[in-house]
Ligand binder design. Structure first.
Ligand SMILES: Nc1ncnc2c1ncn2[C@@H]1O[C@H](COP(=O)(O)OP(=O)(O)O)[C@@H](O)[C@H]1O
Ligand SMILES: [Mg+2]
Length: 224
């Protein structure tokens, strides 16, 4: 397959404590994707609250076979933590897709980016891979992605050390992050140095599916 390097593939970091709204915004974004693959360690991207058309795969050999055969498709890989490297290599080989790695702190650490992950982060863009890294504990996750990120989205973070770390990464006062409630987030476009404030709206009686979830994002000015 030809790899389209003109495509604008980017790298995003999404962080927030459990229930802050990390996954739901990503799921919404994947509804329109043609080629997507998720490291779905919590098994949440398929089923009633998942992404329509997303296939759940639990076996690495099956994943590799399916990717090789699929021009288009969305795949959620529900595997073991030890398979993360294989997943990274499979994504890199497939190319031209949106790739989501959920719960990065479970498979990487600050001092160490596993080689397959490092390749995805440093060379994925050239292969048309838009990479989204998700973490509840940014202070304890791989740091190589931070320097390569084109956007960072920060939701409510329960731990002070994570708020402090992310406030510094996106260059905002810590108080802005400690004021965030569940389903609220700040997003920074790193290249443009632009900020947005987002809120996820879920109907009073709960949302049975993604279609009932609304997302609002407005520009935000950061006072110096
Ligand atoms: N597909 C979905 N449809 C409707 N509501 C959802 C869906 N996924 C998550 N939610 C709701 O959105 C809120 C944020 O959840 P989620 O994005 O999964 O949090 P996180 O990934 O940060 O742990 C929760 O109230 C959750 O119940
Ligand atoms: Mg989640």
């Amino acid at each position: 397959m030809r790899v389209d390097t003109s495509r604008e593939a980017d790298i995003g970091v999404v962080c927030g404590s459990s229930g802050s709204g990390k996954s739901v915004v990503i799921k919404k974004a994947l509804v329109k994707a043609k080629r997507a693959i998720v490291w779905d360690i919590d098994d949440e991207y398929t089923g009633p609250k998942g992404v329509p058309g997303m296939q759940r795969v639990t076996n690495m050999r099956e994943l590799v076979t399916k990717l090789a055969k699929s021009k288009a498709g969305k795949f959620a890989y529900v595997g073991k933590v030890t398979e993360f490297e294989s997943w990274c290599r499979a994504v890199f080989a497939w190319g031209v897709c949106t790739a989501v790695a959920e719960e990065l702190a479970g498979v990487t650490s600050p001092g160490k980016a596993p080689p397959g992950w490092h390749t995805l982060v440093s060379r994925g863009r050239k292969r048309g891979i838009a990479l989204i890294a998700v973490t509840q504990r940014p202070a304890e996750s791989d740091k190589t992605i931070m320097g390569n990120a084109s956007f960072m989205r920060v939701g409510r973070l329960a731990r002070a050390q994570d708020r402090k770390y992310m406030a510094s990464e996106i260059d905002v006062p810590e108080s802005l992050l400690s004021g965030l409630k569940n389903r609220e987030y700040i997003i920074k476009n790193m290249a443009a140095n632009e900020y947005f404030r987002g809120v996820i709206q879920i109907p009073e009686n709960g949302a049975k599916s993604l279609t009932a979830v609304k997302i609002k994002e407005n520009p935000l000015t950061i006072e110096a």
